[in-house]
Structures are given as structure tokens and as C-alpha cells.
Design a protein around this ligand. Structure first.
Ligand code: ARG
Ligand code: ZN
Ligand code: CA
Length: 399
């Protein structure tokens, strides 16, 4: 295992150091790293099954994704401001909701509202309130590409947070990302890494990568999108991104001048290109489906928003305002949460007086629930509502 990691590490650095073109490299190197891994074949097969078996459902709910930004700084300029971080979150929330003003850059008709919303975490992995931003200083240069970012600042639980490290990635590389369940990638390094000067739209950002699109692009890789021209190292018209509505393209493009390849006009505005930030502006519907499928099948626990649960202080309010009625009941009872309750994965259990569980359910994203206990014998019960930060128990009488 150790050997594999070291080999992969060597490949990563080796591939990146010859590249002198800004904007290139990050994800390509990751792809090479994956392809070298002994589990590559089974990984690819599993993915194929996941995509084939997933139906077109659940494409329309907005999914809120808890984000933690780990700022690692050696130079003062790398200790980016909170305003700069917020400007990046704002870009994500435009680009992934089709709210950006430059969808007009798009050629072709398919422009998707992916319906992902990005929210800075409010609860850290140990359950305490957080701003969703961590700051760590270092003396290590090029900490991103040298793969030391995660030993300095390990990811917060990668099943609950999208981890974004903002640091000095290394020369000529804007950022990189790991697709879901990448073999050889540990949970503590899973996430995306972005250069400080390419993160957000204010502060230390540098043109032409100053519109936050590097992060838009890397988040898409994190949800399993490939570059438009395909994932392999020798692109051609016979390899592609596995998406049918992105025009087939034979190789990467850096300039925004209209180009035709593989018999069609390249969609240069696509976020999965290498063009400058200002030229980008859309995902396609096919890309939306793949990203959402990746979320539901391979990063599924992210959807429960555990990282953005309300804090314990607010929970007191929830307790006071939660209603259970009518009580006593003849059989149908309503459990209602206050309207400001941000609902997450929550377990609901009904106990009898002896403490035996009569019924239980795990629910999420709802304002409440109707319980039917018609079949239960008359008597005294206890209804318990349990979430990570919620603990509500109420006596319920069936008569
Ligand atoms: N280096 C990135 C990657 O391949 C792509 C850069 C995104 N382009 C941009 N204009 N921000 O993962
Ligand atoms: Zn990329
Ligand atoms: Ca395609």
C-alpha cells in the first residue's frame, strides 16, 4: 500500500512539472494517478453500474452542500480574506443555479440549472459551531501539489463536507480535484485544492482566472465530470467525456476563438474547458445528470446536510415550538416542526412504557410528519425525535 501511494505521488509530481501552461495539469495528473492504481478496473466498472442503474429521478430538488474552506498560508497574500472566500461561494451559487449573467457565452442549447447550493459549514465534525473556514500557517512551499496539504490540515469528515483547501498549489497549476471514491485517495485528502490567487473574485485574485471558475470547474470533477475532450492523456475524436449533449471535441482549448473539431462547434463556454474564466458560462443537462447521479450514488451522505445543522442554542427553540397533536389521540397524530427549523436527517422513534421501540422512521427535509398509530393498543407512549443536535421526547397518549 505504502508503495502504491509513493508511486502515485511520483507520477503526480512528474506529470505536473513538465507543464508550463497555466491552467493545465491539475486534473489530468489526478486521472493518470487513478489509471495507475491496481483497483482501476473495478473502480471503472462500479462507476459504470452506478450510472446505468440510476433513473432520472431526483433531478429537481435543490441540494445544499456543506463546505469547509481550509486556508493554508505561507505568504500573507495567501491568507485570503473572508470576503474573498464569500465571493467564491457566491460564484458557485450562481454557476450551479444557472444564475450567472454569462450563460449567454454558451453555444448550443443545453444550459442546466444543476441545483446545487453551497453553504459554509455551521457545525464542525465534533458538533461545535464554526464559520466553515479554518486558517493554518505553514513554511512549506507549493503545499498543494506536493500533496502535503492534507497532512497539515486533514479533511473534515469527507462524507459530510466538501473540503476545499486554498493554498499555494504550485507553479502553473490552478487547482485539482478528486472524483468520488478515487482508488488510492484517502478520506483525509478527498476534496479540491485551489490556488489562493484563483479563488473568488476579490482580494488577491489574478486575471484571467479571477472570476472563480477554477473552483466551479474543480467542484464538477469532484462530482465526477471529465473534461469535454475526455479523460485520457492522448485525446482524439474517439474519446470523450461520456456525456452525450456536450459536442465531441478532440483536444483542450485555451483560447476563446470559435473552433470546430470532430465535426461540430466546440462548446467553449463549458465549465469543463481550459479557457479563461470570462469565456465560461454553463453546464449541459447531461453534465447535470451525471453530477447529481454522482452525488446520490457516490457521495450520498453529503445530501443530509449534517455539516450545516442548526446549533444547540437554536435547538432549544425547536424543542419549545415543536408540536405534537392531538394528544391524546385516537390514532392519527401530527408532528410539526417550527418553520425556521432547518431539517436534516432525523430519526423518529415511538416507544411504549416498557421502553420497547414500536416503530421508527428516518426522515429528512420536511416540516413534519403524520404518524398513524391506529394499530397500536391504547396506552401511554413516548415519541422521540433524534438528530445530531436534536433531542425531543414527548409523551403521547392513545385512547
Ligand atoms: N487546472 C484545472 C483542471 O484541469 C482547470 C482550470 C480551470 N480553468 C479556468 N479558466 N479557471 O483541473
Ligand atoms: Zn479540470
Ligand atoms: Ca460529449
Amino acid at each position: 500500500m505504502k508503495k502504491i501511494v509513493l508511486t502515485a505521488f511520483f507520477i503526480f509530481v512528474g506529470v505536473c512539472s513538465y507543464s508550463q501552461v497555466k491552467g493545465k495539469c491539475g486534473f489530468d495528473a489526478v486521472q493518470q494517478k487513478i489509471a495507475q492504481h491496481p483497483d482501476f478496473a473495478s473502480y471503472t466498472l462500479k462507476k459504470k453500474l452506478a450510472y446505468n442503474n440510476f433513473s432520472q429521478q431526483k433531478m429537481d430538488t435543490v441540494i445544499r452542500i456543506p463546505v469547509v474552506v481550509h486556508v493554508i498560508h505561507r505568504l500573507a497574500s495567501e491568507n485570503i480574506s473572508t470576503a474573498q472566500i464569500n465571493s467564491q461561494i457566491a460564484v458557485l451559487n450562481k454557476d450551479y443555479r444557472k444564475l450567472n449573467s454569462d450563460t449567454s457565452n454558451a453555444t448550443g442549447s443545453s444550459i442546466a440549472d444543476v441545483k446545487f447550493q453551497f453553504v459554509l459549514a455551521r457545525i464542525n465534525p465534533s458538533g461545535s459551531p464554526t464559520t466553515g473556514i479554518t486558517r493554518t500557517s505553514t513554511t512549506i512551499d507549493n503545499i498543494g501539489i506536493s500533496n502535503k496539504y492534507d497532512s497539515l490540515v486533514p479533511a473534515w469528515n469527507n462524507e459530510r463536507y466538501l473540503n476545499i483547501w486554498v493554498c499555494d498549489v504550485g507553479q502553473f497549476i490552478l487547482g485539482f480535484a478528486y472524483p468520488p471514491n478515487t482508488p488510492g485517495v484517502s478520506p483525509q485528502e478527498d476534496g479540491i485544492v485551489i490556488g489562493s490567487e484563483y479563488f473568488g473574485t476579490v482580494g488577491s485574485v489574478a486575471a484571467p482566472y479571477d472570476l472563480g471558475r477554477t473552483t466551479t470547474h474543480e467542484v464538477a470533477h469532484y462530482f465526477d465530470l471529465l473534461h469535454i475532450w475526455g479523460s485520457d492523456q492522448s485525446p482524439s475524436c474517439s474519446t470523450d467525456d461520456l456525456i452525450s449533449d456536450t459536442p465531441n471535441q478532440d483536444s483542450e482549448v485555451y483560447s476563446c476563438v470559435t473552433r470546430t473539431s470532430c465535426g461540430s462547434v466546440d462548446q467553449l463556454s463549458n465549465f469543463l474547458q481550459y479557457v479563461d474564466d470570462a469565456c465560461m458560462g454553463n453546464f449541459t443537462l447531461g453534465q447535470k445528470t451525471r453530477m447529481r447521479t454522482a452525488l446520490y450514488t457516490q457521495r450520498d451522505s453529503l445530501q443530509y446536510e449534517i455539516g450545516t445543522l442548526v446549533s444547540s442554542i437554536t435547538d432549544q427553540n425547536i424543542f419549545a415550538k415543536t408540536k405534537l397533536y392531538p394528544n391524546p389521540t385516537k390514532g392519527t397524530v401530527t408532528l410539526e416542526f417550527p418553520s425556521n427549523f432547518e431539517f436534516h436527517e432525523t430519526k423518529i422513534q415511538l416507544f411504549d412504557v416498557t421502553g420497547k421501540v414500536i416503530n421508527f422512521k428516518t426522515i429528512r427535509a420536511t416540516r413534519g410528519l403524520i404518524l398513524y398509530i391506529n394499530a397500536a393498543p391504547r396506552g401511554v407512549y413516548f415519541l422521540r425525535v433524534e438528530g445530531e443536535k436534536i433531542n425531543y421526547t414527548q409523551k403521547l397518549i392513545k385512547h
